[in-house]
Design a binder for this molecule. Structure first.
Ligand code: AP5
Length: 210
């Protein structure tokens, strides 16, 4: 099972991807997480990615495609994987097509801009393990502390208001056209993601046929 999860920033891709990978026992490949890990470790890719991410822009296709190609060639991906945040441009989708990989389902989460701004402004991320919480919708058990590893929770650098606006602009210009790209191939499934997490997850699993 190879699944692609599309959606605007803050639509809930990471949240729903976690449920999907638990259900199907698939590796979760999030290009955003890969870049953040590289930024944390100050690798050359991390340094390059940070200069784009901090402005709400996409990391260049060549860099991103290479990372994904390497990741999906690993042993744990031989029975399938969940791509979260990739592809994000038509060029990335074409590169995926060219590599001969069969995608079983492309799922898009649809959420309005106002809700997105509210979600991203309230998101909290663990400094250590990267787990995601929300100050109202997904509260940690203890304020400011990660439920999973006890790490300190913080606001993501790219969740500042001006960067959120730039990320949304980038999404509409470069990523939203992928919906038509996959709809034309008869592969696109849509879930309205504006409801609370439990009902959105139930709908996602239903659409995937669980
Ligand atoms: P990435 O990390 O992928 O960021 P994003 O797409 O902007 O998505 P987010 O992680 O912000 O949100 P999400 O949709 O996962 O929502 P979440 O579940 O956290 O990428 C970061 C950057 O890396 C990009 O801007 C780009 O620069 C670069 N990059 C990544 N991939 C790339 C690529 N392929 N090509 C080029 N560059 C790339 O939820 C958000 C919040 O809402 C959370 O607090 C959550 O608890 C809450 N929430 C979730 N669902 C609900 C719900 N149903 N109701 C209420 N609250 C909810």
């Amino acid at each position: 099972m190879n699944i692609i999860l599309l959606g605007a920033p803050g639509a809930g891709k990471g949240t729903e991807a976690s449920k999907i990978v638990d259900t199907y026992k698939l590796p979760h490949i999030s290009t955003g997480d890969i870049f953040r890990e590289n930024i944390k470790n100050q690798t050359p890719i991390g340094v390059q990615a940070k200069s784009y991410i901090d402005q709400g822009l996409l990391v260049p296709d060549e860099v991103t495609c290479k990372i994904v190609e390497e990741r999906i060639s690993r042993e744990d991906c031989k029975n399938g994987y969940m791509l979260d945040g990739f592809p994000r441009t038509i060029a990335q989708a074409e590169a995926l097509d060219k590599s001969g990989i069969d995608i079983d389902c492309v799922l898009t989460l649809e959420v309005g801009d106002e809700e997105i701004v509210e979600r991203l402004s309230g998101r909290l991320e663990c400094k250590i393990c990267g787990s995601s919480f929300h100050k109202d919708h997904r509260k940690p058990k203890a304020e400011g502390v990660c439920d999973n590893c006890g790490g300190t929770l913080r606001t993501r650098e790219d969740d500042k208001p001006d960067v959120i606006r730039a990320r949304l602009k980038t999404y509409y210009e470069q990523t939203a056209p992928l919906k038509e790209f996959y709809a034309k191939k008869g592969m696109l499934k849509t879930v309205i993601g504006k409801n609370e997490i439990a009902s959105t997850s139930a709908e996602v699993l239903k659409v995937l046929g669980v």
